[in-house]
Design a protein around this ligand. Structure first.
Ligand code: SAM
Length: 218
């Protein structure tokens, strides 16, 4: 279902009002959320939930993040048009679509092959064209580095040093860090001689796998 009519646009405007009430103030983020048709990322059975402020399953045991979470992380990234952004955890492609609406150039990497293939084939049909990569995003994409911004959309046990190394000077990374059940959102700003760290609210993401993520075998 890729149709987008007045009803869905109305539901999106309501969602934007909810996000304002929850403290999101960046107008560029809110206007991207008002534009990207979230319902087209949902399977038919879950369609009626598309504009609730909740995370939902997208298959393969993975989720499309809650709109508040997408808005919070994107706001903290301070996206400017033309920014080169790495997204770790493509998932449904919804977050990538928001970043593209804001004028960023997006490199997105997914570790689950089926999801990678599904989103790589689907997202361009909506007119959203990030650069898609398949593999372990906890190691970033060295051949495409450096990035102005890095967003990690899965919960990490530690701050991956490899990702920090792939940020430009004054680059910003937003990443949830913690245990398997809950993570604190962190923002890291890379300065010449040091990295500034800020901690925000608690969130609950699916685990970041891979070399600098969780080892879930055994
Ligand atoms: N950003 C997504 C969206 O807009 O739908 C939501 C992402 S979902 C919460 C987390 C994703 O991270 C899952 O699709 C999962 O397969 C992926 N993932 C986990 N570990 C990864 C890794 N090391 N590299 C790349 N993707 C990873």
């Amino acid at each position: 279902m890729t149709e987008d009519n007045y009803k869905q646009r109305g539901l999106r405007n309501k969602l934007v009002s909810k996000l304002r009430l929850k403290g999101i103030t960046d107008e560029a983020v809110l206007s991207a959320i008002a534009k990207v048709p979230r319902h087209v990322f949902f399977e038919d059975a879950l369609l009626s939930h598309a504009y609730e402020d909740k995370a939902f399953p997208i298959g393969e045991g993975q989720t499309i993040s809650q709109p508040y979470t997408v808005a919070f992380q994107t706001e903290k990234l301070q996206i400017k048009p033309g920014n080169k952004v790495l997204e770790v955890g493509t998932g449904s492609g919804y977050q990538a679509a928001i970043l593209l609406e804001m004028g960023a150039t997006v490199y997105t990497i997914e570790f689950n092959r089926k999801l990678y293939e599904k989103t790589r084939d689907f997202l361009p049909m909506l007119g959203y064209r990030p650069y898609f990569f398949y593999g372990d995003g906890s190691k970033g994409i060295p051949i495409k580095a450096p990035f102005d911004k890095i967003i990690v959309t899965a919960g990490a046990p530690i701050i991956p040093q490899t990702l920090l190394n792939q940020l430009t000077e004054d680059g910003i990374m937003v990443i949830p860090v913690g245990n398997r059940d809950a993570q604190k959102m962190m923002r890291l700003i890379k300065k010449k001689e040091k990295v500034l760290k800020e901690e925000f609210n608690q969130f609950a993401f699916v685990p970041l796998l891979g070399a600098e993520g969780w080892n879930l075998s055994g």
